[in-house]
Design a protein around this ligand. Structure first.
Ligand code: NIG
Ligand code: FE
Length: 403
């Protein structure tokens, strides 16, 4: 039997992430001497090897987990912004970067110059590399088109890649308000109206979520509320970039709109945290961005104490999180943010699925999608160490081996 044909695996250690079999001594619902089997893309068995008659035929691997879920990425970019990093390291901030033609508008120029095919190919290759790191579901935002036709071009490219069975599953997000394009610098309100009246109605068919960048030097709470509540009325879920550089009340807005996640949160008040907890809005933590920017961590202890669900994502983007690696984000979440390894891993599986509104993955249980990673390491703590290479041996998406 070849691995490509394998309808299952056995392993000395399998993490279900199933709360029904988790407790204080076994926080990730681990099963020892485990076996997992798939049928028609779903998990048909998960349990002890002794309880599955065919288990001895399955390949033996060191560790099994659900596929990782990256709940916040700007993975659909083209071009390169390596020059910005040098400016930043020399002490320049986003204003200097912008003055020299960099930042989000630089990615917007590159996207405008690329064909839809090029955008699609670049995204597919990037997602294939993410897959090889163990990521089986990936949220992908637009937000580099900025102008209506270009945002739609970006969303169409994302939708095309989403049909490719060799890529992770994609959750597309319309990042409606990311930056005011140069053409509209003197007509900010006109731009926001165009996003609402022109881009949004056409983006709805291509996206599951709407997002907006609510921050100082980005968009205000009122500007974001206008677009996000319209998007919600059209059927999109809400997630927001909040408090990356300053607390302008974005967490409270996320809670008010019933957002599934508020992302970044380096700057958030006690009131904002309470609002997130009361609304059941998850905190999506992006440690690669705060590492790149040299920032202090979000108030993790307060978020934890308030009972806000913690998610960890890569923020993959060419400016503030130049990485494709969710495992790197997990390593930094533990080392820089002080998450326990268990919290970090739950944040990239079960909690990540929930904050994307997905109830068929993020755990290994009968009936769930067969999105599974067989790792080359014997214990999950090695998954949150900063190794720098992939630790995934085999990656299964919907029951099929893809990496
Ligand atoms: O999540 N904060 C805004 N957006 C991105 C940065 C995108 C970019 O620089 O291209 C972020 O960090
Ligand atoms: Fe982001």
């Amino acid at each position: 039997m070849t691995l490509a044909m394998a309808p299952g695996f056995r392993s000395p250690r399998l993490l279900t992430f199933d709360p029904r079999i988790s407790d204080a001594d076994n926080p990730l619902g681990a099963i020892e001497n485990a076996c997992i089997a798939f049928e028609r893309g779903r998990i048909s068995f998960v349990g002890n090897q002794l309880d599955h008659p065919g288990s001895q035929l399955f390949p033996l691997v060191p560790l099994l987990t659900p596929g990782l879920i990256d709940a916040h990425t700007h993975a659909c970019w083209v071009g390169s912004r390596h020059d910005e990093y040098a400016i930043r390291m020399a002490g320049g901030d986003y204003r200097e970067i912008a003055a020299r033609g960099g930042g989000i508008v630089a990615s917007s120029r590159a996207l405008a110059a690329a064909t839809e095919d090029e955008i699609e190919r670049t995204l597919l290759h990037r997602l294939r590399r993410m897959l090889s790191l163990g990521v089986t579901t990936c949220e992908v935002k637009s937000g580099y088109g900025l102008l209506p036709e270009l945002e739609l071009k970006q969303l169409r490219a994302i939708a095309k890649v989403a049909t490719n069975r060799d890529a992770p599953s994609i959750v597309p997000t319309f990042l409606a308000l990311h930056s005011v394009p140069l053409e509209h610098q003197l007509d900010r309100d006109g731009y926001i109206s165009a996003v609402r009246d022109n881009t949004l109605p056409r983006a709805v068919a291509l996206a599951q979520f709407v997002d907006a960048y609510v921050d100082a030097n980005a968009f205000t709470v009122d500007e974001a509320r206008g677009i996000a509540s319209n998007a919600r009325a059209l059927g999109l879920g809400v997630r927001l970039h909040v408090g990356q550089f300053a607390d302008v009340g974005g967490a409270e807005l996320a809670a008010e709109l019933g957002a599934l996640s508020a992302d970044h949160l380096e700057h958030v008040s006690a009131r904002g945290i309470d609002a997130l907890a009361a609304a059941g809005t998850a905190a999506c933590l992006l440690p690669v961005a705060s590492f790149t920017l040299g920032q202090n961590p979000p108030p993790i202890a307060a978020l934890r104490e308030a009972g806000v669900a913690l998610v960890v994502a890569s923020d993959a983007n060419p400016g503030t999180a130049p990485t494709e690696s969710l495992p790197l984000a997990l390593a930094l979440a533990v080392r820089l943010y002080g998450l326990t390894p268990e919290e970090a891993l739950i944040g990239a599986t079960r909690n990540a699925a929930r904050c994307l509104g997905l109830h068929d993955r993020g755990m290994l249980q009968i009936g769930a999608r067969a999105d599974v990673v067989a790792w080359d390491v014997a214990h999950e703590y090695a998954l949150v160490q900063p190794w720098g290479t992939s630790k995934a041996r085999t990656v299964i998406v919907g029951g099929a081996r893809v990496a």
